[in-house]
Design a protein around this ligand. Sequence first.
Ligand code: T5A
Length: 247
Amino acid sequence: MTTATAAEANLMRGRFITLEGLEGVGKTSNLETIVSHLQDHGIDPLVTREPGGTEIGEALRKVVLGSGHQMSAMTELMVIAAARLEHVNTVIEPALAAGRWVVSDRYLDASLAYQGGGRELGAEQVLSLHQYIGVTLQPDLTLLLDMSVEAGLERMHTRGEPDRIEQESLAFFERARAAYLAQAQAEPLRMTVINAAYPLIAVQVAVKDRLDDGLQEWLGDRPAIGVAPMGSIESNVELGECHGRST
Ligand code: T5A
């Protein structure tokens, strides 16, 4: 491919936006904000989630989050990575290549946080497994909603039965939070930390502000290329179901 055609292909490519954070930080409400803000700019993104986003991925999600069974940290990582491999190869990459924007509720940073930090496998092990299986796709933008672990878990109290990971200790979530923040510090251009302790409206304003910076950078005065017509959101998961309690 010549330099000119590579540049053209990059221009045609959709953008990949991910939303991250510990339990209860408000990913669901802010996912809706991201989608509606993109739609206001004429971009109709594909909305998806991890673990999940494919038939196999959703089945593996049940394995990972279902309580009542044990698994080692490495088994957990490998199951999540298998779901991600399928998700990237059959959903995310084809959409991006076709010019579609993709918004994912969690992606690889979640493995760095929960398995690398929480389960203490370390970032290197998480990254080398992904490298080995060929999952090297990086988001164009990651919004990390951050707040204290206790406050996030407090928001979850009205929910039903906690899943297998939600049953983990405070120390586990503190390690996961530290790993998320370390990742954001290492990649400040890709990852933006947003204080999720503020009232929802303020968090949504911060999310839209950061998206606007990205839109300006990616599109300038051009309209987005390859966008679907405004209207219904084609989604791998219903927005309302993204965070449904059924795993
Ligand atoms: N996992 C995932 C891994 O271990 N490794 C991986 O690689 C991946 C991809 C997935 C689980 O899998 C693990 C991590 C997770 O444990 P999930 O489906 O992403 O789980 O679900 P959770 O993180 O558990 O998401 P939740 O739906 O539980 O939390 P949210 O979406 O962050 O929180 P949300 O929006 O539902 O809000 C919770 C409550 O707070 C209120 C909301 O109204 C709601 O009642 N709220 C606010 N209140 C006041 N002020 C604000 N700013 C508020 N924002 C929201």
